[in-house]
Design a protein around this ligand. Structure first.
Ligand code: PEP
Length: 255
């Protein structure tokens, strides 16, 4: 049984007062949502403030990125130990925006995942094909290579702890969600690849869907057998909207 995991990726949004207001509004709305694991990933400068607001609650703190080195001359970067100090439990790595805008390779993502695990943090490893990949029939080749490359340094005995986020690039921030059928078919491929790589642990790895998730479509997405949660961008910026997503069981589930 895989516990659902719903994660908010705030990207480069919200000020400190807005973040405080968000948490104050959000927490009472999800007080009864213990079946699902809830994660919030604010921008780096808000980690301390949001972490304080979440202290003692069941909501976990995540960072949106990390550098794999222990320390050193990496201007503008943040090390794993710094995120540990701030109370992070998860870190998003390999988001398609990092891959496309900042040139991050699978090997770099793999080194981040390994560094996180070695410090007791858990990576949310993102993979996803572009529209061009999908239209040219290369979706599974691209995803297979991303999974193999990005998880290359995950030790087998730690595999069940990681989270994989399948995020079709064409669905991120576009309002265009993958149909439940396409999402399930692709998640099933990801699951099979994880089984090939990690054996039985592949069945325990949670696979999130990401790409224009909203209260109206979360129910039907979560009813798919290989979808174990969601990584949510735009719709996670409003407390009421993200709280509805967390309560997916009661959603109508229409497209
Ligand atoms: C994301 O940022 O990972 C994402 C899926 O964004 P959105 O929900 O806005 O498509």
């Amino acid at each position: 049984m895989r516990r659902p995991i719903l994660a908010a990726n705030w990207k480069m949004h919200l000020t400190r007062p807005e973040a405080r207001d968000f948490v104050a509004d959000f927490l009472p709305r999800v007080a009864d949502a213990s079946a699902a694991e809830i994660v919030i990933a604010p921008p780096y400068p808000l980690l301390g403030c949001v972490g304080q607001c979440l202290a003692g609650t069941a909501v976990s703190l995540a960072a949106q990125n990390v550098h794999p080195a222990e320390r050193g001359a990496f201007t503008g970067e943040v090390a794993v130990a710094m995120l540990v100090e701030l109370g992070c439990r998860y870190v998003i790595v390999g988001h398609s925006e990092r891959r496309a805008l900042f040139g991050e390779s699978d090997a770099f993502v793999a080194s981040k995942a390994a560094a996180l695990l070695s410090h007791g943090l858990l990576p949310i490893v993102c993979v996803g094909e572009t529209l061009e990949d999908r239209e040219s029939g290369r979706t599974f080749d691209v995803l297979g290579a991303q999974i193999d490359g990005s998880l290359a340094e995950v030790p087998g005995e730690r595999a069940a702890e990681i989270v994989v986020a399948y995020e079709p690039v064409w669905a991120i921030g576009t309002g265009r969600t993958a149909t439940p059928e396409i999402a399930q078919q692709t998640h099933a491929f990801v699951r099979e690849r994880l089984r090939e790589r990690f054996g039985g642990a592949g069945d325990r790895i949670r696979i999130q869907y990401g790409g224009s998730v909203k209260p109206e479509n979360i129910g039907v997405l979560m009813s798919q057998p290989d979808i174990d949660g969601a990584l949510v961008g735009g719709a996670s910026l409003e407390p009421a909207s993200f709280a509805k997503i967390v309560h997916f069981e009661s959603q109508e589930g229409s497209q």
